[in-house]
Design a protein around this ligand. Structure first.
Ligand code: ATP
Length: 298
């Protein structure tokens, strides 16, 4: 599959603050790629570097297999800041101004207004728009010229639930038309609902990346105990979908790569001559899971 963006060992420092640290990742054509991390984890800095708004101290990146430049810039649309247009002008006139700046014709304006659901309001003054509509106009403006990639920074920030739903649907619609999407978000739930792939950032580092279904898969954990805890520890490590364990006094907490049925687990140990004295299933929320991912990788 065609590589759209490759980032190689990028670091960016602001004075004493290391905002991005040795970050590498790859985005392929057609992916909806989420950059997920808490506030201050370096998401906006990363997007600013790849959009050439700021320079990295170290590392390199390529767009479409080529060093960044004028040609690649034409193929990228982005919404990085809050939507900013002339308040007393209509969306059509505002988009004409953007088209002039981008050196494009006006023939794409109706398409992007239709796509973002703003066509009916095309002649209303921008200042009368709701925040959600303003955000959609920013997306429309980024889509002028039909870029291969759309970059969004926290696309649902500040929106009400209806506005959030509109933007999510819009992103999925744009992606379904073949545009690759790269979006930063601090919301696990949002990335799960929209993205196909994700890189989890913490303190400017890429903790892990891959398919959302794999990286953010929630495997529940079990607390287990037996008379012979060493034997139990050895046996659990040999379980076909074992992932990791934490020992706590006489109990071990075990994580599996896939969902495991408690009854099957009990039978598994019994078949190895181990009688469990304790078995408790621990269900985790998405948020707990995300925090654990970050915690375990400090
Ligand atoms: P948020 O979601 O809060 O915007 P983020 O993940 O996008 O966070 P960045 O905005 O990239 O993170 O910030 C990463 C770190 O760099 C933070 O500690 C931030 O305070 C710092 N930082 C960002 N921009 C600047 C700047 N222009 N000058 C100094 N420090 C900065």
């Amino acid at each position: 599959m065609e590589t759209i963006l490759s980032i190689n060992n990028i670091s960016k420092r602001y004075g004493k603050i290391q905002a991005v640290s040795d970050l590498s990742l790859e985005v392929k054509k057609g992916q909806v790629f989420g950059i997920l991390g808490p506030n201050g984890s370096g998401k906006t800095t990363t997007l600013s570097v790849i959009l050439e708004l700021i320079k990295a101290n170290k590392g390199s990146f390529q767009w479409f297999g080529l060093p960044p430049g004028k040609e690649s810039r034409k193929r990228i649309g982005s919404v990085i800041e809050s939507p900013n247009f002339f308040p007393y002008l209509s969306p059509v006139v505002n988009l004409k101004i953007v088209a002039d700046i981008k050196d494009l014709g006006y023939d794409d304006i109706d398409r992007v207004l239709n796509l973002t659901g703003l066509y009916e309001r095309r002649n209303t003054k921008f200042k009368t728009f709701s925040f959600g509509m303003k955000q959609r106009l920013a997306v429309a403006s980024a889509l002028l010229g039909n870029p291969d990639v759309l970059i969004l920074d926290e696309p649902t920030n500040g929106l009400d639930p209806q506005g959030i739903a509109h933007i999510r649907e819009l992103i999925l619609l744009i992606a379904s038309q073949g545009t690759t999407i790269i979006m930063a978000s601090h919301l696990l739930d949002e990335v799960q609902k929209i993205c196909s792939h994700v890189a989890v950032l913490s303190k400017g580092k890429n903790l892990f990346d891959g398919k959302v279904s794999e990286v953010l898969a929630i495997s529940d954990s079990f607390e287990l105990s037996a008379v012979n805890i060493d034997l139990l520890t050895k046996a659990v490590a040999a379980h076909p979908v074992f992932q990791s364990l934490i020992s706590k006094d006489e109990i071990i907490q075990v994580y599996f790569k896939e969902t495991v049925n408690p009854e099957e687990l009990n039978r598994f140990f019994f078949s190895q001559g181990i009688t469990l004295t304790h078995l408790t299933e621990r269900k985790r929320s998405l948020e707990q899971h995300f925090l654990e991912l970050l915690d375990n990788n400090k």
